[in-house]
Design a protein around this ligand. Sequence first.
Ligand SMILES: [Zn+2]
Length: 443
Amino acid sequence: MSPQVESFFEYLRFPSVSTDSTHKKNVENCADWLINRFDKMGLDATKHATPGHPVVVAGNAVKKDRPTVMIYGHYDVQPVDPVEEWKTPPFEPTLIDGRVFCRGATDNKGQNFAHILGVEETLKADGDLPVNVIFLLEGEEEIGSPNLAPFIKANRDLFAADICAVSDTGMIGPGIPTMTYGLRGIGCLEFVVKGPSLDLHSGVYGGAVANPAQVVARLVASLHDEKGRVQVPGFYDKVVPLEKWERDMWAALPDGDAATLAETGSPGTWGEDGYSSLERRWGRPTAEVNGIGGGYQGEGSKTVIPREAMAKLSFRLVPDQDPAEIISAAAKFLEEQIGDSCRIELDPGHDGPAYVMDPHSKFGKAAQAALKSTFNDDPKLIREGGSIPIIQDIKDILGIDTLMMGLALPDCQIHAPNENFTIENFEAGIRLNQNLLRELAKS
Ligand SMILES: [Zn+2]
């Protein structure tokens, strides 16, 4: 086993599960291990305490005549449950057929360690780096990074960078270089429809008072028309249409409809008319019902009119939709349909805007060139449907964009049992970092 893989295995053996307080010491020990690793490479590393788990910051000496890149990653991991479904011990890295099985192998230790080793290799070869590098590794990503944005805000001077790079997104497939340049935003809204003051006998009162469960069903159904378009007034007003190059590039990717069916097990696709599955998932906004309930849920029948019923909604948003505007428009849309036969209580949840950067900007082009020279193929430019709030925080607080060059493969099982990372991608990640720093220095 190469010393690099050995070192990777050491990193993986820390059960740095951020959500579980019994692992607090392991998270701390993992941060200490990183500090030590950075010290050995000759980088200046500091462990910063936060109200939660520590943040590790490391970098080389700043030289004024070269760009500064901040590399973000996280050293905390998800819990391992259900542990009985693991084929190998979750915190004992095991190499099988070119894949390392271990919690954190892909998400995110393998990916951030590849960056660290890339820097180490360049330092060994050249004695210096072509850019200023600032590593920012946090221990709370898997619990929503509660302390990271305040930490960056309070320490802006530590992060005076021109661009950020993150490897925590996916690749289309093995060997296909992939750059993610956009993420959807989100807005959540839940509501309770309240009717009678108590559950009623549906024989005695049925037909004479509104049934909150029926009202919730009607409201939920009103969110879309038969073409899958969201019916909240103004919902699409600020949506930036997909550009032709984006639609062309996504249409040329391996069949997104087939992949969507295979990945989800759904019998058929569904969505906004006129768009492909990938466009629906990456570039178009949605309204989803995440939960719905009310009335009797037990065995057999119970002839009742429930006194209340509820639904939880989330809206996936795209540039330039404003989450607050969308949530209030949706709340108004629901409220206006209620009439006076019952009441509605609305409760907005968390939200965050969509993120998009220009992949054809100078740093975007540098990232593409690095991907191309690493994988010997033109990179695919994609967006992802989910949100990574810290990317937007970095934009808001530091005013810089993030290059998302993830190495996660579709079958890497992140957050699930048997998480794995291929040695091929681990090694590609090391080269990718070296190529990226070189390309950024030229840009
Ligand atoms: Zn994760």
